[in-house]
Ligand binder design. Structure first.
Ligand code: KG4
Ligand code: ZN
Length: 339
């Protein structure tokens, strides 16, 4: 059955809408990234929900326009309803419910993480079963994916997400938010060398932990006189070389952590046919290369979405909406949010 899905995403600080058609794929993918949070060094929930409210009508209209559609020729509305910032999720869900009711359209609530986990399918045909490493500012998880909508969580972070660790270390170095892309640039300038040998958590489970790593970097900077714990101020004497060496050591450490978990999973799940790497942190070319090399060594195809589908977007939400609609997994107008 050919159907057209309007996807709406507002779980954190990106207001996004996209149109996906079952037979022909992505028709539009429009994203508004809220830059208002940069000066606070992280997302401010109240500012995020207000910004969603201001932008959502425009973004949805744009997505329909680019796809050359109106609401009348949309079959289903798929909207992120969990997990996320409650105020942000509410804007997307209320907007989706309002237009669904006004135009008598079917509606489906989508898990943001399921969106990321299947985002590779927007551009690739990935064989099942496969391993999916989802790494973003809010989440770090390893899944065994059996089929569309069927997956087992093997492990997740017990504290900070990896993207959050990048963002926080950037803050300790006096760098702007979001930290991941800047850390990557600085690390490249230091040739991705491991200067400081930060600790790799040695846990035997598939779970991750990044708060110890973050604290190790912080205390190393304090020891070097680059950060004052009392005033929470970065020293004026911090220079580009220190920033590059810290960034490079952090990235190499992250890469080792991901490689170790993946190596174990590849060994434990011998029937897997591929590996995918998704979420905002998957934009990182060094991490991509490292994981790709590991997969080549194990004779496994490796898939990473394009940048616009790695970071938060509504195309991945519409894609999940498409297979859920095909299975009649619709919600009704009582659809609610879950943190
Ligand atoms: O998936 P995403 O857009 O939003 C969440 O669902 O969190 O991910 C945002 C995260 C931020 O923490 C950002 O620093 C990180 O992805 N990120 C990167 C890179 N680009 C974005 N981390 C490392 N290297 C990058 N190139
Ligand atoms: Zn995300």
């Amino acid at each position: 059955m050919d159907q057209t899905i309007l996807g709406i995403e507002s779980y954190c600080d990106e207001t996004a809408a996209a149109v996906y058609q079952s037979k022909t794929g992505i028709q539009s993918n429009v994203i508004f990234s809220q830059s208002q949070h940069q000066r606070y060094g992280g997302t401010v929930p109240e500012i995020a929900s207000r910004a969603h409210l201001e932008k959502i009508g425009f973004i949805v209209t744009q997505a329909l326009k680019v796809a050359n559609r109106t609401l009348d020729n949309i079959d289903v509305i798929a909207v992120t309803n969990k997990p996320g910032l409650p105020g942000s999720l509410l804007i997307g869900v209320c907007f989706a419910k309002a237009i669904a009711w006004a135009k008598q359209k079917k509606i489906i609530g989508i898990n943001h993480l399921e969106g990321h986990a299947f985002s590779s399918f927007l551009e690739h045909v990935v064989p099942f079963p496969h391993l999916c490493l989802t790494v973003s500012g809010g989440h770090t998880s390893l899944y065994l994916i059996h089929d569309f909508g069927q997956y087992t969580l093997l492990g997740r972070t017990l504290d900070d997400a990896a993207g959050e660790a990048f963002d926080k270390v950037a803050k300790f170095l006096g760098l702007p938010y979001p930290g991941g892309p800047i850390i990557e640039k600085l690390a490249q300038a230091a040739n991705f060398k491991d200067f400081f040998h930060y600790p790799r958590s040695m846990s035997n489970s598939y779970d991750f932990s990044f708060s110890g790593l973050k604290t190790a970097v912080l205390y190393d900077l304090v020891k070097k006189g680059m950060y004052d714990l009392n005033t929470k101020m970065v020293s004026d004497s911090i220079d580009r070389t220190v920033q590059q060496q810290v960034a490079s050591s952090l990235l190499v450490c992250m890469s080792d952590i991901f490689k170790n978990k993946l190596k174990r999973a590849i060994k434990d799940y011998k029937n897997i046919k591929a590996v995918t790497f998704v979420g905002g942190v998957a934009c990182n070319k060094f991490l991509q290369e490292q994981l790709h090399t590991l997969c080549i060594a194990h004779n496994l195809p490796f898939f990473v979405p394009s940048k616009e589908y790695c970071t938060d977007n509504a195309a991945m939400i519409a894609f999940v909406g498409n297979y859920k609609a095909a299975r009649n997994e619709f919600a009704d107008y009582t659809l609610d949010i879950f943190e």
